[in-house]
Design a protein around this ligand. Structure first.
Ligand code: NI
Ligand code: MN
Length: 227
C-alpha cells in the first residue's frame, strides 16, 4: 500500500513502506493549505523545476531532515549553494534508490529561480517514480507533448499527477489528451485553483477523462491509499 497526500498546487507526498517522498513542496506561501514545512519529514524531495511555486520550501526541509533534493543540475547547484543536499539528474536518466527508482523525464516549460528577477536555471522536468512497485508520474509544469506515449509505454502508470490550470501549463482538454497518451490507470489533477489565473473546475477535467482512467479529485490536505 502507498498513501498519497495532496498539499495543494503541485505538491504531493507518497508514503511507502520505508520512504516518504515529497514533490514540489510549495507550502509556506501556498494559499490553499495550512501545512507548514516543519511538519513534514520526507526521506527524499523532488523538485521538477526552479519556479518558486515548485521549489517552495525544499531547501529548508532538506536542511531540517537531511533529505536530498532530486532535481536538474542547474537547480541542484542553487539548492546546494543554500546548504541543501542534492541528487542532480538530467532528462532521460534513471537512478536506482532504496525504494525502487526514479527517472527524470522531459517537460515542456521553462525553469528559473527567483520571484522578481527570474534567472534561467536549465530546463523543466517531470518524474517517473517507482515506489515499492507502484509507478507514479508527476508531470511538473508542462504543455501537452506526444512523447508522453513513450513514458506510458515503458511501464504501466498507476498514478499520473497532471497540471490542468491552463495559462502556464496544460489546461483541461490537453490534460485529458495526456491521460490517453500515457494510458494511466488513475489521474490526480494538480496546479489549479491556487490563484484566479489558474482557476479550473476539476469536474470538467473528470468529464473529459471519462472512463479512460479513474480521476481522483483531491481537495488540498486530503489523502488516499493506493493498493
Ligand atoms: Ni513553472
Ligand atoms: Mn507552476
Amino acid at each position: 500500500m502507498m498513501t498519497v497526500t495532496y498539499y495543494g498546487h503541485s505538491c504531493l507526498s507518497f508514503a511507502g513502506k520505508d520512504s516518504l517522498l515529497l514533490v514540489d513542496p510549495y507550502l509556506r506561501d501556498n494559499p490553499q493549505v495550512e501545512t507548514f514545512p516543519e511538519h513534514l519529514a520526507p526521506t527524499m524531495i523532488f523538485v521538477t523545476h526552479g519556479h518558486w511555486d515548485h521549489l517552495g520550501d525544499a531547501v529548508e526541509i532538506s536542511k531540517a531532515h537531511q533529505a536530498p533534493i532530486v532535481t536538474t543540475p542547474e537547480v541542484a547547484d542553487y539548492c546546494a549553494q543554500q546548504g541543501a543536499s542534492t541528487l542532480p539528474m538530467n532528462l532521460g536518466g534513471r537512478m536506482q534508490t532504496d525504494f525502487g527508482s526514479v527517472k527524470m523525464v522531459p517537460a515542456w516549460h521553462t525553469s528559473s529561480v527567483g520571484k522578481t528577477d527570474r534567472v534561467s536555471r536549465g530546463m523543466a522536468s517531470g518524474f517517473v517514480i517507482h515506489l515499492d512497485g507502484f509507478v507514479i508520474y508527476h508531470a511538473g509544469d508542462t504543455a501537452l507533448f506526444g512523447d508522453m506515449a513513450l513514458i506510458g509505454e515503458e511501464a504501466p502508470i498507476d498514478l499520473a499527477c497532471l497540471p490542468i490550470g491552463d495559462r502556464f501549463t496544460m489546461g483541461v482538454e490537453d490534460a485529458a489528451k495526456a491521460v490517453r497518451l500515457l494510458g494511466a490507470r488513475r489521474v490526480v489533477p494538480i496546479h489549479y485553483n491556487t490563484w484566479p489565473m489558474i482557476a479550473q473546475d476539476p469536474k470538467q477535467f473528470k468529464d473529459a477523462v471519462g472512463d479512460v482512467a479513474e480521476c481522483v479529485i483531491m481537495p488540498p490536505g486530503s489523502t488516499f491509499d493506493l493498493r
